[in-house]
Design a protein around this ligand. Structure first.
Ligand SMILES: NC(=O)CC[C@H](N)C(=O)O
Length: 272
């Protein structure tokens, strides 16, 4: 019997991109379920029945206390019904089994605020955050992105650059201290950066839409299997998603799809 890559997309409490993310997983060849967070907290669904966890974008808890902050506390501290463990314990088992996690935008904010990214020492201490854009407003624009080709990130293998949209109010990546940034750069965990027209990382607005330190748009953990990014790959799956599709010659598949295809291929090779 043919084995299937199983993807789960978490929804609820204010997410709004779960259908697009599920569609991306489907196009990449995975069987996908959209599961409300309450299904996990009540123990009706277990993460460990899946291979690929997707934390979708949106406005968890209305960005109250800062984007994804309340959500992070819920996952870290609220026990799963019938158990004394919180969902993060299940999540750590999931990660320990060599599986994949991708957090987009609000999902990235969630991973960072839970301490799952970058987890430089392997524990859940929060060492960086995503805060209000320098422009002090919501930024909704397409961005040029460059990829660190030496990064262990599973999702970006074979990619040099991407063109994807951002839509966020709190996308400015900052670190607790310079040492954290140094370690991220040295270990090639700063997977994705905002770039200018010359393809160089930039602090200039609007190419860098939020003022992120070192132009960081996405980071991974040391295994390369946990990846968070502010731009939305699920928003560029088809040629017609591109803002200039009527004026430019473009490949049929959008660039964002490649991240999901890399994930599915990795699981097929390593886990099935
Ligand atoms: N699109 C998103 O996921 C937005 C995330 C968050 N609500 C912000 O504005 O920063």
């Amino acid at each position: 019997m043919e084995k299937t890559v199983r993807a789960i997309v978490i929804s609820g409490n204010g997410t709004n991109c779960e259908r697009e993310v599920a569609y991306a997983c489907h196009l990449a060849g995975a069987a996908v379920d959209i599961v409300h967070i309450a299904e996990l907290l009540t123990g009706r669904v277990n993460l460990n029945d899946y291979h690929f966890l997707n934390l979708a974008g949106g406005f968890l808890d209305g960005d109250d206390l800062g984007s994804a902050k309340a959500g992070a506390n819920r996952l870290l501290h609220a026990p799963v019904a019938g158990s004394s463990d919180s969902l993060v314990t299940q999540l750590q088992q999931f990660i320990g089994a060599g599986k994949l996690v991708m957090g987009v935008c609000n999902g990235f904010q969630l991973l960072v605020k839970m301490g799952l990214l970058p987890a430089l020492d392997g524990d859940l201490d929060q060492t960086c955050t995503l805060t209000h854009n320098d422009s002090d407003r919501f930024e909704d624009r397409w961005c040029q992105l460059i990829i660190d080709t030496a990064s262990p990130c599973v999702f970006t293998q074979g990619l040099n650059n991407l063109y994807l949209p951002v839509r966020h109010g709190e996308g400015k990546f900052i670190v607790a201290d310079e040492e954290v940034l140094q370690q991220l750069e040295d270990r090639h965990l700063t997977v994705m950066k905002y770039a200018n027209d010359q393809g160089q990382p930039t602090q200039d607005y609007p190419a860098n839409p939020n003022g992120s330190v070192a132009a960081i748009a996405g980071i991974c953990d040391q295994s390369g299997r946990i990846f968070g990014l502010m731009p939305h790959p699920e928003a560029y799956l088809h040629r017609t998603h591109h803002p200039r599709w009527t004026r430019e010659e473009l490949p049929e598949a959008g660039m964002g799809l490649m991240l999901y295809q890399n994930a599915v291929r990795f699981i097929e090779k390593q886990l099935l």
